[in-house]
Design a protein. Structure first.
Length: 355
């Protein structure tokens, strides 16, 4: 698996990234370490986490994923030198009192303090890719569909000040490159414009959802990333399990629904975009199409991300070594032109239900 460059940074990573948000909730520390061991064994050199993980986020598990990873590094001499580490500072945390007391803002001081805390939990000296988890600005995300000028808040920290704080971290040697997540085309353009204007760090990546049931990246963000030389890290390529086929027969709450699946297990997830009836309907169509072409739903969904020009690295989240192996084994799968045409036809009929 050849390595790919993240934006214009000096970071080179595998085109598959191990996502870790299940560690500490669905995955025990021992099992998480086994998954990390297997990823390294199979050549993955890129992992992604966040200060707010695990997910679904709650006070009892806040920061736990980073601690689990830090313990793995401490117990595996040499592993840190083989792995590029990405983590994130949480954005405004209304409704999550355990994250900066539910602050509606993310200040420069918050960014610096959060980075220091992540370094301590991860037990490392430098974060390879440090990302803002979601914007301070009002931006349609996490199931919201529309920008509303009435919700714009001029009192929150402006992008320039956020960049200055990230620049301090880079200058101090605590961070190698910076990135964004759940961002809009405007946000990416403004971060790049201000970085170039004020000689501040340039964002290398944007981590946004991208999968068969949510292709909103292709509605303008893809051109932004291409023109500006910013890499897409695609998250939820399997749509929280929708695109594995596990929910096809019984849905999320039926007698045969997989109780270990995130949508079935957590009511809070069922209330989100992945748990919509429209999302399940579209997933069933895509999954049936995969089987018609001799592929498993997982193979087709992952191959779609693995082979798209828009995607630099695909973030896979797993709960077992077996799932990890299945996702990695899908690498190299190609989708025939007629299959891609059929995928587009479904999208035209059932457009991005998990937006």
């Amino acid at each position: 698996m050849n390595q790919v460059q993240l934006g214009r940074s000096d970071l080179h990573v595998t085109p598959i990234c191990l996502g870790t948000m299940t560690f500490g909730e669905q995955v025990s520390e021992a099992d998480a370490h086994a998954i990390l061991d297997r990823a390294l064994e199979r050549g993955i050199n890129f992992l992604d986490t966040a200060e707010m993980y695990s997910v679904p986020t709650r006070a009892e598990t806040f920061n736990l994923t980073e601690k689990i990873i830090g313990n793995w590094f401490a117990s595996r001499p040499g592993a840190r030198q083989k792995m590029q580490v990405a983590t994130k500072v949480a954005g405004p945390s209304r409704g999550m009192d355990w994250v900066r007391k539910g602050s509606p803002n993310l200040t420069p001081a918050d960014i610096v303090a959060a980075c220091d805390d992540s370094l301590r939990r991860l037990k490392i000296d430098v974060i390879d890719l440090y990302q803002i988890h979601w914007p301070v600005r009002h931006v349609p995300m996490f199931g919201q569909m529309y920008f509303d000028p009435a919700k714009d808040d001029a009192t929150v920290t402006p992008i320039h000040q956020q960049l200055e704080a990230l620049g301090q971290l880079v200058q101090a040697g605590k961070v190698r490159a910076i990135g964004l997540s759940n961002e809009s085309p405007y946000g990416v353009h403004e971060f790049v414009r201000l970085a170039e204007l004020h000689n501040l760090p340039r964002v290398a990546t944007v981590q946004n959802p991208y999968c068969l049931v949510n292709r909103t990246v292709e509605n303008g963000l893809d051109e932004t990333l291409y023109r500006l030389g910013v890499s897409l890290l695609a998250y939820s390529p399997l749509g929280f399990g929708l695109l594995t086929g596990k929910y096809d027969s019984s849905g999320f709450t039926g007698a045969d629904a997989p109780q270990d699946g995130r949508i079935a297990k957590f009511e809070s997830v069922r209330k989100q975009r992945w748990g919509r009836a429209e999302s399940l309907e579209a997933a069933r169509r895509y999954n049936a199409l995969a089987r018609e072409h001799g592929l498993t739903p997982t193979q087709m969904a992952l191959a779609f991300c693995y082979t798209k020009w828009q995607v630099t690295s695909t973030i896979i989240g797993v709960t077992s070594v077996a799932q990890l192996d299945e996702d990695l084994d899908a690498w190299g799968t190609t989708l025939a032109p007629e299959l891609l045409k059929a995928i587009d036809a479904i999208r035209k009929e059932l457009r991005d239900p998990a937006v």
